[in-house]
Write a protein that binds this ligand. Structure first.
Ligand code: SF4
Length: 379
């Protein structure tokens, strides 16, 4: 994002008016009109059914309680594809960025950018989940339903939650972003608490299909800056897109990594190719007429999502994995939502189970030797 996000209007559910996070968001948005609403669910329904002319949900922030669960398992399809058993922490819904491939366009029926301000309930739930799995390493991420750092300047999430995680070293939080908004991670050393990871792509995709995101070199330099401050980082090449010139494009991104990022500071790199629920195509093309990413040849996967033909995926993966192995032979590379067959063809072997994949990733950040990781509660 060129500039940190500032909403046009903030809607506040009356029941959360006195919550500390509500107060701090309002304080950080001086001059932004505030509308009090009795019931957030009724407001969402009203705007879904009959949005006012020109209403842009991405520009309007709703502060309310999360009445459901904060923590959920990643919706990876366990049986057909390998899934790393990641847990998703829901701090809100919706994202101010506007990637043309974003699944949220088809997934969310709430048109507002929504922040859950009952943070104490979130911490209580995290605590309960940690107690239910005593000693077990839990990798948790916030980047599933919004970019992890795009609203950090409003929420102060990083400093607010760091102490909780620091006291529970078997919980590790991944902040996944396409921004360069790392100020709160620079102010203090939270390198023992957070893994910060960037979604990367070829320059043409970053500039053409990820409106609102930081330019590719900015993301890489933001990662480098945190590395210089002691952090380990991760990268996600996801979604890979088979556009004209993808070979040169992805190779150039790996060259940028080579130039600026010492591979020994990279905890992992994940790789996945474009996949989407069939209804997303129409929604995305309506929202952004210039997008060309839905014009390839797709098949329906075992999870009901459209994906490239296997031979196209194999070619994308083989080339990228080859370049990444030249860059950092010891970096753990893994596929997001791919079959054991694809793993074997490209990586030479597949994790024997989802738990095996989880164990390897847990060890990548805990630093324990893989032979002893079962004793340490990984996997
Ligand atoms: S950053 Fe992630 S959540 Fe935000 S629009 Fe892009 S794909 Fe969607």
């Amino acid at each position: 994002m060129d500039r940190p996000f500032r909403p046009d209007t903030i809607f506040v559910e009356q029941a959360v008016e006195s919550y500390p996070l509500t107060g701090s968001v309002l304080e950080r948005c001086p001059g932004v009109p505030v509308v009090m609403v009795h019931d957030a669910a009724a407001l969402v329904k009203q705007f879904q059914d009959d949005p006012p002319a020109g209403f842009n949900g991405k520009r309007n922030l709703l502060l309310c309680r999360n009445r459901g669960r904060f923590l959920e398992a990643c919706p990876g399809t366990g049986r057909a594809y390998r899934c790393c058993q990641y847990l998703i922490l829901n701090t809100g819904l919706g994202c101010p960025l506007a990637c043309t491939y974003c699944v949220l366009q088809a997934y969310l029926n709430n048109p507002f950018l929504t922040l859950f301000v009952n943070r104490d309930d979130m911490l209580r739930e995290l605590e309960r989940s940690a107690r239910l799995a005593p000693g077990r390493f839990l990798r948790i991420g916030t980047g599933e339903y919004m970019d992890s750092l795009a609203l950090e300047h409003l929420t102060g999430f990083v400093p607010a939650i760091a102490g909780f995680f620091r006291q529970r070293p078997h919980l590790r939080l991944e902040l996944k972003t396409k921004t360069a908004l790392t100020a709160s991670l620079q102010e203090h050393d939270y390198s023992d608490v957070f893994i910060v990871s960037w979604s990367l792509n070829a320059e043409a995709i970053c500039s053409g299909e990820e409106p609102g995101a930081a330019a590719l070199p900015e993301r890489i330099m933001a990662a480098r800056d945190l590395i210089d401050r002691g952090y380990r980082v991760g990268f996600h090449f996801d979604p890979l897109i088979a556009f004209d010139g993808w070979q040169e494009g992805y190779r150039a991104t790996v060259e940028l990594l080579k130039k600026h990022i010492p591979p020994e500071r990279v905890a992992w790199i994940s790789i996945g190719s474009l996949r989407f629920m069939p209804r997303l195509k129409h929604i995305a093309q309506t929202a952004c007429a210039s997008t060309a990413i839905y014009t390839g040849e797709f098949v329906t996967g075992l999870d009901g999502k459209m994906r490239y033909l296997q031979e196209i995926r194999l070619e994308l993966y083989a080339r990228l994995v080859g370049w990444l192995r030249e860059y950092g032979p010891d970096i753990y590379l893994y596929f997001c939502m791919e079959s054991p067959y694809v793993w074997e063809r490209i990586m030479g072997a597949a994790p024997s189970s989802n738990w095996e994949l989880k164990r390897i990733l847990d060890c990548s950040i805990s630093g324990c030797p893989r032979e002893t990781c079962a004793e340490n509660g990984h996997g």
